[in-house]
Write a protein that binds this ligand. Structure first.
Ligand code: NAP
Length: 344
């Protein structure tokens, strides 16, 4: 009789454990599903429903200045143009003087704003460059800095075969120059924001190359991943000073750097990319899991969101797919180079 009772207790105990386990799995599933639903809703709202951000909070139309680096071409030129349209005066910093002069003339004529230009080569890590930046910016009411200047590899290349000069240029332009520009200009942004009772803004161009560790673009990938952590840390530091700091993530955009000329669903031109970026500052779009980061262009945003919600950006699968894609780009690049060499 007592043996029978023991068995009954043991079955009852097991079924209690099983029940508790099933409730845990159910609870976990509910939490996961709710999080996914909330993130999906936020993604849709950010991308397709919420109105464009109003730049009057950053002093638009009130004589304030916006600094754009790498402003003479591609995405930077478009940032300059679209900030001019929002009635910011501009300080444009880039390498080629003739391109800067042409853009200065065009924007001053079209939008009646003041445009100052500075031609420096930031691949040379020399103090004179930054003394010139300081002198140009002195006394100007700057509220926005757009850290856009950047360099990638000439083509996908194994890290061990990367030329030393290319490696040094990528780190100096993408990282050292960005840090120094920000250190020089941000104190003025803080002062201007405080005295004008508006907010300041520091935007930095990141990349999917930094979002996903990218084989055959290892140095570029590392330099952009550095900007992700640095920018997010700075966002925390500058919050109390009323300065918004945001990292902008992008997959390919047609430009001299990407060497892609034709637009597609996944590859916008700089105009459409920058329009989505400036409209979405302060929102997450595809970067729902990140602080102070935005993936603004709709197809890039859906891609980012899907990767994060499935395999994850640091997974073996994502790394292997990225390697395959860049191996194929390298093979095509080398075949084209060989054809051109044969022609000569
Ligand atoms: N295009 C893409 O697919 C893509 C994707 C993700 C992220 N991004 C990021 O977006 C940013 C802009 O890229 P983009 O495609 O617009 O590049 P881009 O068309 O090559 O333009 C780069 C700009 O930076 C300037 N610049 C380059 N090297 C410089 C140097 N040593 N000193 C001073 N200025 C220099 C260039 O001046 P010059 O006019 O003299 O050449 C140009 O104005 C970069 O940070 C890039 O990493 C681009």
């Amino acid at each position: 009789m007592s043996c029978f009772m023991d068995q009954l207790h043991s079955v009852g105990g097991k079924s209690k454990i099983l029940n508790a386990l099933l409730w845990c799995i159910f609870g976990f599933g509910v939490v996961k599903a709710t999080t996914l639903l909330l993130r999906a809703t936020a993604l849709i709202l950010d991308l397709f429903v919420l109105p464009s951000v109003n730049y009057s909070k950053y002093g638009a139309g009130k004589g304030k200045y916006c600094v754009v680096t790498g402003a003479s071409d591609g995405i930077g030129k478009e940032f300059a143009t679209q900030m001019a349209r929002r009635k910011f005066n501009l300080i444009l910093i880039s390498r080629t003087l003739s391109k800067l002069e042409a853009l200065q003339k065009e924007l001053q004529g079209k939008y009646g704003i003041d445009v100052k230009i500075l031609s420096i080569d930031v691949s040379h890590d020399v103090p004179e460059n930054y003394v010139a930046v300081k002198e140009l910016c002195q006394g100007l009411p700057i509220t926005v800095l757009i850290n856009n200047v950047g360099l990638s590899h000439n083509c996908p290349v194994p890290f061990l075969e990367t030329e030393e000069q290319e490696l040094r240029n990528i780190i100096t332009i993408n990282n050292t120059a960005t840090l120094l520009f920000t250190q020089i200009i941000t104190p003025t942004i803080i002062e201007t924001a405080a005295s004008s009772k508006c907010r300041g803004l520091v935007l930095t161009m990141g990349s999917f190359g930094g979002l996903l560790p990218t084989p055959l673009l290892a140095t570029y990938s590392g330099s952009k991943a550095f900007l992700q952590s640095w920018s997010n840390a700075l966002a925390g530091e500058l919050k109390e000073a009323n300065v918004d700091v945001e990292l902008i993530l992008s997959y390919l955009v047609t430009s001299a750097m990407s060497k892609v000329r034709r637009t597609s669903v996944m590859i916008p031109n700089p105009r459409n990319f920058v329009s989505s970026a400036l409209s979405s500052v302060g929102r997450r779009c595809g970067a729902q899991e990140r602080y102070a980061t935005v993936t603004p262009y709709w197809s890039h945003a859906l891609q980012h969101w899907f990767i994060e919600e499935t395999v994850g950006v640091y997974s073996r699968i994502a790394n292997a797919m990225n390697l395959k894609m860049h191996k194929s780009i390298r093979a095509r690049y080398l075949r084209k180079k060989l054809r051109e060499e044969k022609k000569q």
